[in-house]
Write a protein that binds this ligand. Structure first.
Ligand code: 0WD
Length: 256
């Protein structure tokens, strides 16, 4: 008996085997879920398609989250295949490299709107399309965020503001879809060496600091994030919505 036996889950944001979304996909499959997996573009397709196939995903679909049309197509395919949907994982973020270094004052209009569009608005766009498929089921939506939404970290800049918008969107969405039984939460993960993290200036400095100062005196792993994702996706978290759940070795509770 798995925690997610028979549940249908769609996962956005696998880029390679280091991706947080990949650890989540594996955990969900292990617990009995059926998976739909999306990939951002042809470059990542070569890596994502074999990974998805190794988890017997019956749906592997392209989706650039900047496109309403792409998002609509993903949920149309899900409806055809499964009729309904139980779990949605949003593990997608992007900002131009120039936005992720130096002073926040150098944030550009274009860079800001791109970070907001891909990293925050996309969750709203997805939930809009998922809503009719999730309605009336004990459904769970989750996204990935970072503490840079709530406190200032060097170089995180426009992405910090986008994550703040994402966390606020989690609360507003939770209220919008809650009456239909759908839960919406965020996991705030500690620093992890992934493709996305490679774009953030000073990443190693941040990870080193966590190791010294966090209550657990170490960094977290992708599998630890997946454990919390599993909890949020399952009936164990049936009373939990609108939350930002930290998986960060406790770093966020420290003052000095
Ligand atoms: O330290 C970290 N790695 C943390 C990551 C700490 C806390 C939170 N997070 C968040 C990220 O901000 C993101 O929201 O976790 C989420 C997943 O990130 P990840 O697993 O660390 O990184 P990665 O494996 O790169 O996955 C993010 C993916 C993209 O990868 P690339 O590197 O190709 O940009 O987001 C996807 C893409 O697959 N993505 C898009 N998907 C669809 N359409 C788009 C797009 N336009 N842009 C990026």
């Amino acid at each position: 008996m798995g925690l997610l036996d028979g549940r249908k889950a769609v996962i956005f944001g696998i880029a390679n085997e280091k991706s947080i979304a990949w650890a989540i996909a594996q955990a969900f499959r292990r617990e009995g879920a059926e998976l739909a997996v999306t990939y951002a573009n042809d470059t990542v397709a070569k890596r994502v398609i074999p990974l998805a196939e190794s988890l017997d995903a019956p749906l592997v679909l392209p989706c650039d989250v900047r496109s309403d049309e792409d998002i609509r197509k993903v949920f149309a395919e899900i409806e055809k295949k499964w009729e309904g949907l139980d779990i949605l994982v949003h593990s997608v973020a992007f900002a131009n490299k120039e936005e992720l270094k130096g002073s926040f004052l150098n944030t550009t209009r274009e860079g800001f709107s791109m970070a907001m569009d891909i990293s925050a608005y996309s969750l709203i766009a997805m939930v809009k399309e998922a809503y009719p498929l999730m309605k009336g089921r004990p459904a769970s939506v989750m996204t990935l965020t970072y503490y840079g939404a709530q406190r200032v970290f060097p170089s995180y800049n426009a992405m910090g503001v986008a994550k703040a918008a994402l966390e606020a969107s989690v609360r507003y969405l939770a209220e919008s879809v809650g009456p239909d039984g759908i839960r919406v939460n965020a996991i705030s993960a500690g620093p992890l060496k992934t493709l996305a993290a490679a774009g953030v200036g000073g990443f190693n400095q941040i990870a080193g600091h966590v190791e010294q100062k966090a209550p657990l005196r170490r960094n977290i792993t992708q599998d630890e994030v997946a454990g919390s994702a599993l909890y949020l996706a399952s009936d164990l978290a049936s009373g939990v919505t609108g939350e930002v759940h930290f998986v960060d070795s406790g770093y966020n509770i420290i003052g000095l």
